[in-house]
Design a protein around this ligand. Structure first.
Ligand code: PLP
Length: 419
């Protein structure tokens, strides 16, 4: 609507009959056709508007009353934690709204250096570098690190930002079947001719809640002289006994060379991303990574929030354990009721339904019962594997979870998903 009005206004200002006017008219036609094809394919993404803080209980425009939210990546509930908010406010007051600059010109404050040191300490790595987002960390890494002499081996279901980051680099590209270690080994054998080999994988995959077999990946990497890169966006802060991530969960913290992760999910949910790993790599990224060199510094409030989130996690792992217990509660009750929940014991709990329309209808009816969940269908997930992705947070109460399961059972029966 808005884009249409702007185009219309721009068009009407161009001299009638001018070439600029006809180029704009042509653009408008192309855009409308493209938008129509998205609608026609049933893949239009509309956004529900939240009118409160992010949290387990939210208010959504058009939905009367409070809603229990089961679709945020707010795994530890830190997005609206009072101490995290207070730290953000304090940093905002002390260090201002932003830097109006990139890091290497005049955009580095003491808080950026402190947060980088804290991230490295949290992950037990040599150094860390901040980016405006993890998307940027993934966009910056591969191009800066790998040349046409090298190879990158990537799980086929890796996050879009890893795929895009790999596209930007000149290394030879190998894509192995999802979690398929025999295929990875075959590709590693093929890649022996290159200088460096880097295996790239998500730690936890966000559509299925499944976890990369890092022990096997690290074993193969050591056998074939490869480095291991893991995107820990859906693991940092809550997987593993103290929330360090998938590498801690699977006991390979000393074998994963490079970690990228986000500050925009469990670690307070504001925004920001980072790479942590060998000091020399971090130094090289500061010189070469384009999203670091050519994009603004992370705003102080976001730095303050993430820094406090890490402090809370390093002080105690009580929140991490509470999240694990709640995930188990949801998964076991849903399975006992007859639903299939995909993935490992991850707070991403995909309720597998198969049919796209069924997933959509069930999600809509859940909202009518005060539960916010989202259905995913093709092309986001494979055809015939539509699902509703439920995400558990440490700050859901047991009653929230029980209420969600009860609503699923009721709506599932209504739509024939349960006997
Ligand atoms: N990597 C993975 C696995 C993700 O799920 C996401 C976000 O959805 C990102 C990277 C991007 O993170 P950010 O929101 O910090 O750009």
């Amino acid at each position: 609507m808005w884009a249409g009005r702007v185009l219309h206004a721009t068009l009407s200002r161009a001299p009638r009959g001018s070439r600029a006017q006809s180029a704009l008219a042509q653009l408008r036609g192309i855009l409308e056709e493209e938008l129509e094809s998205i609608r026609g394919a049933g893949t239009w993404k509309s956004e529900r508007v939240i009118t409160s803080c992010q949290g387990p209980h939210i208010h959504v425009e058009g939905a009367p009353g409070g809603i229990i939210n089961f679709c945020a990546n707010n795994y530890l509930g830190l997005s609206s934690h009072p101490e995290v908010i207070q730290a953000g406010l304090q940093t905002l007051k002390e260090f201002g709204a932003g830097l109006s600059s990139v890091r290497f010109i005049c955009g580095t404050q003491s808080i950026h250096k402190d947060l980088e040191a804290k991230i490295a300490r949290f992950h037990q790595r040599e150094d860390a570098i901040l980016y405006p987002s993890c998307f940027d960390a993934n966009a910056g890494l591969f191009e800066a690190l790998l040349t046409s002499e090298d190879a990158v081996l990537s799980d086929e279901l890796n996050h879009a930002s890893i795929i895009d980051g790999i596209r930007l680099c000149k290394a030879h590209k190998y894509r192995y079947r999802h979690l398929d270690m025999a295929d990875l080994e075959a590709k590693l054998q093929e890649a022996q001719k290159h200088r460096l080999r880097l295996v790239a994988t998500d730690g936890a995959f966000s559509m299925d809640g499944d976890i990369a077999p890092l022990q096997k990946i690290c074993h193969l990497a050591s056998q074939y002289g490869a480095l291991v890169f893991v995107d820990e966006s859906h693991a940092t802060g809550f997987l593993g006994p103290t929330g360090r991530g998938t590498d801690e969960l699977l006991g390979v913290m000393d074998q994963v060379t490079i970690i990228n992760s986000t500050l925009g999910k469990a670690l307070g949910g504001a925004s920001g991303g980072y790479t942590t790993g060998p000091g020399a790599l971090v130094s090289l990224l500061r010189q070469r990574a384009r999203p670091y060199l050519f994009s603004n510094s992370l705003p102080p409030a976001a730095v303050g929030c993430a820094s406090k989130a890490l402090d809370l996690l390093m002080e105690s792992n009580a929140i991490v354990q509470s999240m694990a217990a709640k995930t188990l509660r949801f998964r076991s009750q849903m399975e006992a009721a007859g639903f299939t929940i995909s993935g490992a014991n991850h707070p991403i709990c995909p309720v597998m339904l198969g049919d796209a329309r069924l997933a959509l209808n069930i999600a809509d009816d859940m909202l009518k019962r005060g539960i916010f969940v989202i259905g995913f269908s093709y092309p986001v997930v494979p055809k015939g594997k539509a699902r509703i992705r439920v995400q558990i947070s440490a700050v859901h109460s047991e009653e929230d979870i029980d209420h969600c399961v009860e609503a699923f059972v009721e709506v599932g029966r209504l739509h024939g998903a349960l006997p």
